[in-house]
Design a protein. Sequence first.
Length: 469
Amino acid sequence: MSLSEKRARKQNNVLINAIIVCAVVLTMLVIGAFFVPHVNIEASLNGDKTMIVEYGTEFTDPGANAVKDGQPLAVEAEGTVDVNKLGEYTITYYVQANRRVEVENRTVKVVDTTKPVITLHTTPGYVLLPGAAYQEEGFTATDNYDGDITDRVQRQEEAERISYTVTDSSGNTVTVYRDLVYGDEVAPVITLEGETEIKLKAGESYQEPGFKANDNCDGDITDKVAVNGTVDTNRGGTYTITYTVTDAHGNTTEVTRKVTVEGESKVIYLTFDDGPGPYTEKLLEVLKKYNAKATFFVVNTKYVDLLPKIAADGHAIGVHTLTHDYKKLYASDEAFFQDFDAMRQIIHDKTGIWTTLMRFPGGSSNAISKNYSPGIMTRLTKAVTEKGYQYFDWNADSMDAGGAKTADDVYRNAIKSIGNHKTAVLLQHDIKSFSVDAVERIIIWGQEHGYTFQALTPSSPTCHHRVNN
């Protein structure tokens, strides 16, 4: 055997031996692996396998646990959760021991269950007028995920409220309501015609210039205006006329007009007792001719049907009792008021006026009443005042119930009795023809001497006499 053959055989043996060694090692490894004892690994998730997380909130991974033969093992996790993005995320947990790997998965769902927010804008003091259309005050809608979703709001107007509904992209819906408040807090408007401040000379007549009242809901309510205050053009001073109106919702407006009367005037109050009579109609014609006003203290005569005409012409009517029978009406306080009330009722029946003006038969100074009831005039003058009546005597007398027999007598007595009085209450009787005949001359004289002729009112001078009983 040559040297080269010997070397080749030797190399083959080395290779064969190496292969055998490798086979033996591999066989031992396989056998060893087959006979390795089984590793007992216990792995579990902390918390739920599927977790729900609200959008935008913080997420904390609860992790997982693993033990081998009662000893804890390290657990590795893979995967992230983006709480600012809706969706479904998976976290995988790994545990390895002696070439064994255990795997657990957790599902995390990021959801949006928060309802949107609707904010209603309001105007302070806003009240919806009855019958008026509501003017939207405004609103906004925001969502934690979608942002501004005002344009998605569904608005539904009902009788007494408005509903606002909006749904976000996650299906969350919210509805809010606006209650409509109906009412009227706007007061009416009174417009005075003419000047709000008027100046008159004493003796001039005052004529109401007029007014109008309108309300934002009720419209024209001029007929509801209450006017209070009077102007005495015979006395200087400043007078206030008040105009007040209240609408259907209780809002009240009040305005005033100032009337200033400059200086003092001279006034004659023509007063006629015991009528109406057969000459009263003629008297009314004379008074109308000169635009003179008078006062009639009436009794129950067959001419009482003239009372409406007397009132319509602007004259005053007062009670002079029903019968003018001294013996009957001054018998007692009760008898007087029975007689008085009966005549006052007739005046109301004829004219619709409940007069408070009166004149005692014989005047408050009469002494004849002593014959029937001592002290009765003292009692009656007090009683009528307490009842709200105004009794009038006189400070000028035509004497047509005494010495005067002709119109000339009446005229002379009247102007003499008036004398220098700035305010004269002249006593006459319209049941006397000659007294009525003198009236025109008395009026002419009075006007020439600066007098006006007015009707008595509850605030006129009463010219009370001294009570003699």
